[in-house]
Write a protein that binds this ligand. Structure first.
Ligand SMILES: [Zn+2]
Length: 443
């Protein structure tokens, strides 16, 4: 078969691939080469068009630089300079933690690129990357660009995490060696200390995130597949899933893929309280999240000390510590999420302290008859008040359920409230009926 008849690029050993085409087919031929270039045996950066008879070439002659009978068309640039903004660490199914460069958007091979692989710890160390560095990205073969070289300019050296970003377990460095013709190459790889638990904990976290933000379709099985295939290693990766990635998965039909991606899109703007809950931090459930979100922005919450929370409305010292620790452990994850998600505060939240119960700190004791304690606390928060778990000087109302009013001995909360009253503190003691009447007017 001659190249003239062949539809594909034709390569002779030692030569560039070539193909015959008519002049009015030049664009189509160029496009075909652009598609096939990754499967060619040689690296090509463009196509040279030449007249295929020597007589015409000679008749056209030369300009001062080049022959008129040949012209080179380059493919869109597949290398580009940009700035390193951050390095994310992605945990694989086996516990390998891979660095990924996050860069200022740059055009590469006609696509906008914001991420590039850094392969492994050795490579990161070799590059000596600093945040803010001017870096060179190259895209050849494959879809994922590589960060090839740095031209410096940054200030903060990128250090590998001491804790696994997936599960919080310590990390360790593993060395692998490969024998090559000209010696032995040692590669350092960062690993999670507890890969099995890591996988399970990431599974739980992703499931919790999806359930909290009501991402339909992201059940146990789907999350299993996404983790197994390495398409996600944490919740932030959900936002970078593409139809192409999902299309190759078993039992992922076009309808399911469409639905999943639409659900993810819905969760690109997230209410602050829901965002806090979705992080899966112990003690940062619905109630605490609402209280924090009502009072502060996410940045402010991330900067809180345990005492700020404990002092609040009796969330308590243990809760305060647990929330602060949990947020701290998830620093990298939260930063990664914030590159994908816009966190907003609800209207009611920004109007904090303006509701009918503004300024009130309400504590409940005993078993309420008309609602659960949690619902009652929620109601207080919705009306602009704060709900506390224990009686302090801050408490303005203590709501005492009938069973405790009937009890022969006052509960510790009731006793404390009476003591505070006796000391002149402005705390009011209400029955459940009085409380219901008070909030009925407010609602
Ligand atoms: Zn881990």
């Amino acid at each position: 078969m001659s190249p003239r008849q062949s539809g594909r690029a034709w390569t002779r050993s030692g030569h560039s691939p070539f193909r015959a085409c008519r002049a009015d087919d030049a664009q189509r031929t160029f496009d075909a080469f652009a598609v096939e270039r990754d499967s060619l045996d040689v690296e090509v950066d463009g196509v040279v068009f030449k007249f295929d008879d020597v007589a015409t070439q000679q008749r056209l002659g030369m300009t001062s630089h080049h022959p008129r009978g040949a012209v080179a068309y380059k493919f869109a640039a597949d290398a580009g300079m940009t700035t390193l903004r951050a390095v994310e660490w992605s945990v694989s199914r086996t516990g390998t933690i891979t660095p990924v460069a996050i860069v200022e958007p740059v055009q590469l091979s006609g696509a906008t690129v914001t991420r590039a692989t850094l392969h492994n710890l050795s490579n990161l160390k070799r590059l000596g990357l600093k945040l803010g560095d001017a870096v060179e990205l190259v895209r050849r073969g494959g879809v994922i660009p590589h960060l090839e070289t740095t031209h410096g300019g940054g200030t903060e050296l990128v250090a590998p995490p001491e804790q696994c970003p997936g599960c919080g377990a310590p990390t360790r460095i593993v060395e692998t060696t490969r024998k090559l013709a000209d010696g032995v190459v040692t590669t350092q790889i960062l690993m999670c200390e507890r890969p099995a638990e890591c996988m399970a904990s990431r599974h739980r976290e992703i499931l919790h995130y999806c359930a909290t933000l009501e991402l339909e379709g992201f059940g146990e099985k789907v999350i299993d597949v996404l983790l197994e295939r390495g398409l996600v290693s944490d919740v932030a990766d959900l936002y970078t899933l593409s139809a192409d990635q999902l299309a190759g998965l078993p039992r992922f039909g076009p309808v399911l893929i469409d639905n999943l991606l639409r659900e993810v899109d819905k969760a690109r703007t997230v209410d602050l309280a829901a965002f806090l809950r979705a992080l899966g931090i112990d003690s940062l459930g619905k109630h605490a999240a609402e209280i924090l979100a009502r009072r502060w922005t996410l940045d402010e919450i991330r900067a809180l000390a345990p005492t700020d929370i404990a002092e609040l409305h009796s969330l308590g010292a243990i809760t305060g510590q647990s929330i602060v620790d949990g947020l701290h452990q998830r620093t990298a994850l939260i930063n990664k999420l914030l590159r994908q998600v816009r966190v907003v505060r609800k209207e009611a939240d920004t109007a904090a302290g303006k509701g009918p119960l503004a300024g009130h700190v309400v504590v409940f004791t005993g078993a309420l008859q008309h609602m659960t304690r949690r619902d009652a606390q929620q109601r207080v928060v919705q009306l602009g008040g704060l709900a506390g778990d224990s009686v302090t000087k801050e408490t303005t109302w203590l709501v005492v359920a009938q069973d405790e009013l009937d009890a022969p001995k006052a509960s510790s909360k009731l006793a404390k409230a009476r003591k505070l009253q006796a000391a002149g503190e402005p705390i009011k003691i209400l029955s459940e009926t009085e409380f219901m009447a008070a909030i009925a007017g407010a609602a």
